[in-house]
Structure formats: structure tokens, C-alpha cells
Design a protein around this ligand. Sequence first.
Ligand code: GAR
Length: 211
Amino acid sequence: MKNIVILISGRGSNMQAIVEAQIPGARIAAVISNRPGAAGLAWAAERGVPTATLDHKAFASREAFDVALAELIDGYAPDLVVLAGFMRILTPDFTRRYEGRMLNIHPSLLPAFTGLHTHQRAIDMGCKVAGCTVHFVTADLDHGPIVAQGVVPVQDDDSEDTLAARVLKIEHQMYPEAVRRFVAGELAIVDGRVKGRAQDATQWLISPSLN
Ligand code: GAR
């Protein structure tokens, strides 16, 4: 059994998708939040998943918080740490500790739009497609080896919310599959890149659609 610790900061819908996927060989050892009121905590606790809260506001520095967080995480002997809407910038010591065994999902087609407000920025730039990226976490924010990407069209009348909702649907499909692949030992980083699985090379998305 591989132990998985999931870190959240809010509603935790990606965490829910991973828990509900019941990935063979995986045990959700804990769901940890840096925000005491995170809705995802209650959802997990109701299903018997161990939960913990470590309020970053109780720490004087980012470094001190990350040290305490690593201690808390390591108490669950994790094989994999999954960031699922965990809205904290992590220190290099923390990312190094979990190198090759920490995944994140980011709501853009990296390397475009690292950081916050990704959907509004994609709309403002006139992007015709947007999406999300699952990647291994490195010290370089939103820049680690890419595991998978999902693409959706951007429509003329999209708001930040409608685009976010369209992307979130594929996040919920992609993230459990990425975790499943990690647990199954199918993800290897070679020369800073994750090898892909065969994809139908005749499939594409063009937006706006061709006549
Ligand atoms: C998701 O859209 C995720 O991609 C994003 O936050 C949302 C969390 O939703 N993550 C980031 O922006 C990380 N920089 P959730 O709590 O319902 O899973």
C-alpha cells in the first residue's frame, strides 16, 4: 500500500475526486489543511479519512511553518504528497524533501500563467484554449516536470468563473489518473521530463472550430 497525504486550503474538490477514485494500492493517509475552516476537511472527516490542520498564521515565518508541516506530513509516512488547491508558496527545503514524490495541479497550461488568477489572465490575453497541468513540484514555483495536461476551449462570453468550471471538470478526471499512475509506478522522470503514454496523435483541439 502506498500512503498518500493530500494538502488542501479550501473546498478540496480535487481531493474529493482522488478519494472517490479508490485508487488500487493507495491509502489516503491524511488530508491536511493550512486553513482551519477549509470545507474539504469536513468532507474528508465524514468519510473516515484522518484530517489535520496546521494554521500558517500561527508561525512567524514561512520556513518555520514548512518545517512543522513536514513533521506533520512525515508522521503519516507518505509515499506521495498531493497538493490539491494548497495555496502556499513552499520553501526550497520543503520541496527538496519531497522531490520526485510530490504532485501539484495548476489551473493553466504551464509554463503559461504561473501564479494566481490564471483564468482571467488567459481571457485577458485572448487565449482560445486554456486548461490545467499536473506536475511534480520543484523549488521553482509551478515549473516542475509535467505529468499531464488537459485542454478546453475559451469562449467569447467566458467569465473567470465559467472558464474555471470548464477546466475544473477535467482537473477531476486528470488528477486521480495521475495519482493512479504514480502509485502504479508508471511515472518516471528522465532528464527532467516525465515520459508520456501513447496518445492518439490524430486527435486535436482547434478553437475556434474549423468550418
Ligand atoms: C483548482 O482549480 C486547482 O487547480 C487550483 O485551485 C483549485 C482548487 O480547487 N490550484 C491552484 O491554483 C494552485 N496554484 P479545489 O480545492 O476544489 O480542488
